[in-house]
Design a binder for this molecule. Structure first.
Ligand code: SF4
Ligand code: FES
Length: 248
């Protein structure tokens, strides 16, 4: 395959960025999108030019590190797929592809396609944990949890913290991410003790980081590689209201 790439290049957060055009040649359709960028970078380095900075780690859809907006869609628009698991067979020979970083005030660009997502870490620090001893596996297995709650908690726990939901939202809202984190802990007995404090503190931290509010457009759910449901936002709003009534 031969592809034309329009890639966002930006030296740092204080320098304006711009699109640069690159030709990617001899691309194998079974390559992942990130492997294609590796090939482009090897070519740039061989020519003495600066390689394109982009984030990746596991490359198997579980760590949440990869973060590219491809043709205007975070993670590239294949349902339930992170960009590291996106393969070039979904594109056509001769395509022109635009590649940009996540765009949100709370995610400043560090360089090229890499953004700073430490705001998510600070939200987790505000409440995304349990403070009780959860014991070993045998102990955990003796705590009865209904199948419905266990399933729902596992659905929420699939969130990998990638931030695509923020990048897709016109308000740069982080509510899908926060709702998933709040729900997966609060649905389980070990997480119920801190349920009210957790949701109040995490929502407060989310607002302080400059993320916008949810206006229920559903763009977050549409691009989420783990298909986290909007229902978790409704659940978080209910939990948040209850926490406020209890004085949190
Ligand atoms: S909710 Fe989905 S899109 Fe948002 S951070 Fe979690 S996995 Fe990524
Ligand atoms: S690199 Fe880990 S999810 Fe994509």
């Amino acid at each position: 395959m031969k592809l034309t790439l329009k890639v966002w290049r930006q030296r740092n957060a204080n320098t304006p960025g711009h699109f640069e055009t690159y030709e990617a040649t001899d691309i194998i359709p079974d390559m992942s999108f990130l492997e294609m960028l590796d090939v482009v970078n090897e070519d740039l380095i061989a020519r003495g030019e600066e390689s394109i900075a982009f984030d990746s780690d596991c490359r198997e859809g579980i760590c949440g590190t990869c973060s590219l907006v491809i043709n205007g869609i975070p993670h590239g628009g294949q349902k339930g797929t992170t960009v590291c698991q996106l393969h070039l067979r979904h594109f056509n020979d001769g395509d022109t592809i635009t590649i940009e970083p996540w765009r949100a005030r709370a995610f400043p660009v560090i360089r090229d396609l890499v953004v700073d997502r430490a705001a998510f870490d600070r939200i987790i620090q505000a409440g995304g944990f349990v403070s009780v001893s959860t014991g070993g596996v045998p102990g955990a297995n003796t705590i009865p949890i209904s199948k419905d709650d266990a399933d729902l908690a596992m659905d929420a726990a699939q969130c990998i913290g990638c931030g695509a939901c923020v990048a897709a939202c016109k308000n740069a809202s982080a509510m899908l991410f926060v709702a998933a984190k709040v729900s997966h802990l609060s649905l389980l007995p070990q997480g119920k003790i801190e349920k009210d404090r957790r949701v109040a503190n995490m929502v407060k931290a989310m607002d302080a980081e400059g993320f916008g509010n949810c206006t229920v457009t559903g763009s977050c759910e549409a691009v989420c590689p783990k298909q986290i449901s909007l229902h978790f936002i409704a659940r978080m709003n209910r939990d948040f209201g209850a926490a406020l009534l209890k004085g949190e």
